[in-house]
Design a protein around this ligand. Structure first.
Ligand code: FES
Length: 141
């Protein structure tokens, strides 16, 4: 059973207009606060792939799905559950104009990056308490 005492105020509602995100830091935990048509959500600020700041990404939604895409390699995650919906996009750049040693560097980096896993992300319960947005932060063990 949740009590309002379990929730920490992270922002005022007007600091996160509809269709925007705000990075908040709560007790050392980085969280992206999102507003979708007046409904607030909270998800890890750091991407489950390589820690890019998700609040710099994009929100997309329709009647069935709400997702956030990473600004760095565009992996997508379900805003409500944190589940990964699509993998990062790690290729597609035309490097033919670059010097051979630079092409080799990017090729090697790409091989190493292909082993990096993309994890689901954590989401957090959010309440709007008289225009104070509060998030429930799990206690650390
Ligand atoms: S850091 Fe987010 S998809 Fe790579």
């Amino acid at each position: 059973m949740n009590s309002q005492n379990d929730f920490v105020k992270v922002a005022f509602a007007n600091e996160v207009p509809p269709r925007t995100m705000k990075h908040v830091d709560v007790n050392g935990k980085e969280i992206s606060l999102l507003n979708i048509e007046g409904q607030f959500y909270a998800i890890d600020e750091r991407c489950g792939h390589m820690n890019a700041p998700m609040s710099k990404g994009q929100i997309r939604y329709n009647a069935e799905k709400k997702l956030i895409s990473c600004p760095l390699h565009y992996a997508t995650f379900d805003i409500a559950t944190g589940q990964k919906l699509s993998e990062p996009v790690m290729s597609g750049m035309d490097m033919s104009a670059l010097p051979k040693n630079i092409q080799d560097y990017f090729k090697k980096a790409g091989e190493i990056l292909s082993f990096v896993k993309t994890n689901n992300m954590q989401t957090y319960q959010v309440i709007n308490d008289n225009n104070e947005i509060k998030v429930k932060i799990p206690t650390q063990n």
